[in-house]
Design a protein around this ligand. Structure first.
Ligand SMILES: [Zn+2]
Length: 181
């Protein structure tokens, strides 16, 4: 973490191997609760079955998935992120079906370590700031009370900028910092 980020302890995890480094794990453990953004790369066009939503098509490219873990034990932040990072698991949430596919990989995670519900605000800010699209209506939005439409968003390349995990993170970190204060 750079010194300018110290005051508001936002974290940006660089995921290289689907395993969090110890320092990242320690930080998340210390946070316990928070809102998180998974930056996911889907390496080819895929058709996936998303539970009751059925068969859905996803284009190759970058996606964000925003959620929060504000509970204790299994619903705490470390447990939730640990679950997302595990490839093999009983599929329960919509996101489990996506992350269970070999073409999908979590590239980075941004965490806002605050115990208030921010996920819809964060999700809508991503949609506005990155002109993101809803790839699958209702995805991850069963508990959404704020009309997001989906908590999975597709980030398209535009003429102005080529999308990468880095460029998404660069755009979102200041927004998350503002929302978290
Ligand atoms: Zn929402």
């Amino acid at each position: 973490m750079s010194s300018e980020n110290k005051k508001i302890p936002l974290i940006e995890c660089k995921i290289k191997t689907h395993t969090l480094r110890k320092s990242q794990r320690d930080f998340i453990s210390a946070s316990k609760k928070g809102t998180y953004i998974l930056i996911i790369f889907v390496s080819r066009n895929v058709e996936i079955t998303v539970g009751k939503l059925g068969k859905k098509f996803l284009s190759r490219g970058y996606y964000t998935y925003t959620g929060s873990a504000l509970g204790e034990g299994a619903t705490s932040l470390p447990e939730r992120l640990g679950r997302h990072l595990k490839r093999t698991k009983t599929k329960h949430w919509h996101i489990d079906y996506l992350l269970g596919n070999r073409a999908a990989q979590i590239k980075e995670i941004i965490v806002i370590p605050q115990d208030i519900k921010l996920e819809c605000k964060v999700n809508q800010s991503i949609r506005n700031s990155l002109k993101a699209e809803i790839p699958i209506p209702k995805f991850g939005a069963s508990d959404c009370t704020d009309g997001c439409g989906s908590h999975l968003l597709f980030i398209q390349n535009t003429n102005e900028h080529e999308v990468s995990a880095h460029s998404i993170t660069e755009t979102l970190i200041p927004i998350c910092r503002d929302l978290g204060t």
